[in-house]
Design a protein around this ligand. Structure first.
Ligand SMILES: [Zn+2]
Length: 59
């Protein structure tokens, strides 16, 4: 079952939604903010109940 991860862009603060694939748990993924198009690095939690760590470039 796919979950939607909601996170705030570290650059502009706007909310983004990331479809969370179960096999990606514990990995790092990169997405572009849908508002400002800057890259967002996301450390996914090890399980679906954890919280992701969001970073912008250089942070
Ligand atoms: Zn943004």
């Amino acid at each position: 079952m796919m979950e939607i991860l909601e996170l705030d862009c570290p650059w502009c603060g706007e909310p983004n939604e990331l479809p969370l694939e179960p096999q990606e748990l514990g990995q790092q993924v990169l997405m572009d903010c849908r508002v400002c198009c800057r890259p967002i690095e996301i450390d996914l939690p090890d399980d679906a109940d954890g919280r992701p760590v969001v970073r912008g470039e250089g942070q």
